[in-house]
Structures are given as C-alpha cells and as structure tokens.
Design a protein. Structure first.
Length: 351
C-alpha cells in the first residue's frame, strides 16, 4: 500500500517596489495649476499600488508638500512659485520596499499688475538664499504708478532710467508716475532719507515693446447704409478691437461696416500685444489706439446692378443708374483685398 503525503503550496505575492523612473506601479504625475488656487490632486490616484502605502517627497520644495495619503498641497507661506517644478517622491509599502516616481508641476500665474505697483515690501537687493531679484514689467509709452509707504518727515529722491516721471501729488513724493520711452531692461533708484541716514534701493524694470495701431480707409465720407472698409496697418499686435462709434464693434482685423444713421462717428482701433515669459506665464498686455472721424451723409448711395451671380474666375459687368455724378469705383474681395477692374470714372465697370 502506497502512502501519499499531502503537500500544501502557499503562494505569497509581494509587490515589487523598484527605484526606477516611475516603473512597476508608480506612475509619473503631471499637474498644471494656477498660483494661489487649491491643488486638489492625489499622486496615488493613477498608481497601481497595494493598500496602506505612505507618500513622501524626496525632493525638497519651497512651494509644495506631499501628505502621507498622497495629497499634494501648497506649503504654507509659499510664494514666487510660478514656472515648472519636477519633484521626486517615494511610496513606502507595508513590505518596507519603495515605489519611486516624479511629479511634474506647472504653476501658471495671473497677469501681473502693470499700472500700479507697490514697492514698499520688495527686497530689491539681488539674489539672497537663492531668491532672484524681482523684475517689474511695463509697456513702452505707458504710464505706470510706483509708490512706497509714505512716512512724514522723510524725503524721497527718484532716478528713472529710460523714462520720464512726475509727482501726481506734489506734496507726497513717495509716489511717481512714469512714462517709459525705451524698450528693454532698466532700473528705478529710490533714495530715502529720514533726516539722519539715507537708504538707496534699486528696482529692476523690463519695458516691453508696445504695438503700433494704425488703419486706413479709401474715404472718410460715406453714403448712408453704404459699406465702408477699413484696412488694418498695425504692427506688433496679436489681437484687435474696433469701436465704430455707433454702438457696434468687432474683433476682425480688417472689418467692413454700414452706418444706418447720418452723422459724424469716431472710429477707434485698439491694437493689443500679449506677452509671456519663457515659461508661458503672462506678462503685461500692451495696447495702442488710433482714431479717425467718419462722416455719414444723409442720402443713401447709388444703386449698383449686375447681370447675375458669378463664379470664381468669371468676368462680369456692374453699372449704376445714378446721373450727374463723378464715378469712383472700388472693388474688394471677401478679405478686403483690392480686385482689378476696368472702367473706373464711368457708370459701368468690368470685373
């Protein structure tokens, strides 16, 4: 008789924690947030990991902390965190082994205040402990107000390089209005005297180039309900806003507009340039504007007739029944570009 021994096989499964770059369960994380907003992100949500792991940062960060449960948080008092951060973190399991992975955090910052700047609490003294001297941005040909806390009995002496300044309130020289004339890096120097000692501070300024707004039209007098076209000649701009002076507006680069009531209207074009730093954070949005007066006559324009609808590449005849007039024709395509034709000066043209 054969004796059979019963063998029991027990399979014990261990998760393999490695030190690889986001391998074997720990997945690298990518987070994009606005500075000052709640983060609401947990690094464990996309990881294939066993329960009861503990998270911790391996890369020291002045801006972020990682809670034990994997929740990413702002460090209390964190500031100047705009830009990209790559942080290494560790997940420690109950086996004592580790997952390793990385968090790539992009912090977007709101557009800075480029018109009213408080210099009171700014440390203008250069890199200290790895903190970079702050740079204040401004637009070319724009007015910017700079100020510090006023103290009675103190005197304030300003030196502005690349711009001109005035005191908006002559009795309070802790405030200046600056018009920047020169593009590029420059400085403001402030000397404060309390009657005994003089403190000198230098602030870094970066003046951004402003766009130049401009437009033309073939005429600044138009018949009632007749279209008038505007050609945008602006430079250095990324977007536009037109105000036709009659309550209508558009953001098209080269618009055409009809006035339904006679009168004189002021057409204003605003040209904007959006600026960003190398990390994609917004800087000052610079603007320039230009105006033109348009006279809309009491009478509508002449009737214009044509044979039929035409296709691309076809030729057609256009004419008017207006008499006793000087005939000046203008033909443009859908993009407001001029189209060649013959017969200008007559009551009939061929296009």
């Amino acid at each position: 008789m054969k004796n059979f021994n019963t063998l029991t096989f027990v399979l014990i499964s261990f998760f393999n924690f490695t030190n690889g770059y986001g391998q074997d369960g720990a997945v690298n994380d990518t987070v994009c947030i606005m500075e000052g907003e709640a983060i609401n992100y947990n690094v464990l949500d996309n990881d294939n990991i066993p329960p009861m792991v503990h998270a911790s940062l391996m890369t020291p960060s002045p801006c972020f902390i990682l809670l034990d449960d994997g929740e990413l948080m702002w460090k209390q008092g964190a500031e100047n965190c705009c830009g990209d951060h790559v942080l290494k973190y560790r997940l420690t399991g109950y086996t004592g082994n580790n997952f390793m992975a990385f968090i790539h955090i992009t912090v977007k910052c709101p557009k800075p205040n480029c018109t009213n700047i408080d210099l009171s609490d700014v440390d203008p003294g250069g890199p200290i402990g790895g903190v970079q001297k702050p740079i204040f941005y401004a637009c070319e040909d724009s007015k910017v107000t700079y100020y510090v806390d006023y103290v009675a009995g103190y005197t304030y002496t300003w030196t502005v390089n690349g711009g001109t300044y005035v005191f908006p309130t002559p009795s309070n020289q802790s405030i200046i209005d600056v018009i920047w004339n020169t593009v590029g890096p420059t400085t403001i120097q402030l000397m404060t005297n309390n009657g005994i000692t003089t403190t000198t501070e230098i602030f870094c300024i970066e003046v951004l180039p402003a766009p130049v707004a401009g437009f033309t039209t073939t005429m600044n007098c138009v018949c009632l309900n007749s279209p008038i076209s505007f050609t945008n000649t602006s430079s250095g701009a990324s977007s536009y806003y037109w105000d036709f002076g009659d309550g209508n507006n558009t953001t098209m680069p080269n618009p055409t507009h009809n006035y339904s009531l006679p009168g004189t209207y002021t057409v204003t074009l605003y040209a904007y340039s959006s600026n960003y730093d190398p990390l994609g954070n917004p800087l000052c949005c610079c603007v320039d504007s230009v105006q033109m007066q348009i006279l809309v006559e009491d009478l509508p324009g002449p009737n214009i007739y044509w044979v039929s609808t035409v296709c691309e590449g076809d030729s057609s005849k256009y004419w008017t029944d207006a008499v006793g007039c000087t005939y000046t024709w203008m033909v443009t395509d859908a993009n407001n570009n001029p189209v060649l034709f013959t017969g200008n000066g007559n009551d009939t043209i061929c296009v």
